[in-house]
Design a protein around this ligand. Sequence first.
Ligand code: AMP
Ligand code: ZN
Length: 116
Amino acid sequence: MDTECLFCRIVAGEIPTTVVHETDTTIAFRDIDPKAAVHVLVIPKTHYPDIVALAADPAAAADVLAASAAVAEAEGLTADGFRVLFNTGPYAGQEVFHVHAHVLGGEPLGPMLAIR
Ligand code: AMP
Ligand code: ZN
């Protein structure tokens, strides 16, 4: 655990969140500032700073992907569709450097990127 990392502290139970899904290796909780009707963050319990580091551990990456799909199912998003994204680095505006999948849905999400 990285004691300076906000999401490691959530994994440790030091910061309260609304948990919607949990496995041995992942936890999913509602985003504190939702950008869609449903906005859940899915994280590995182990600290990886971004998707590049996560991808170096294929089992952990698969667990995050499977948990994201399970969240979409549990939140009732699969029929109408949803979006899963990983902001990575400064161009994407990554704010928390503990990798997280944003699972977004519950309403039409608009264009994929605001700049196009
Ligand atoms: P990113 O910009 O991809 O790094 O996304 C970080 C996300 O974490 C943002 O959508 C924030 O709203 C969210 N966030 C920050 N602090 C918390 C928190 N304590 N609980 C839940 N979500 C949070
Ligand atoms: Zn962390």
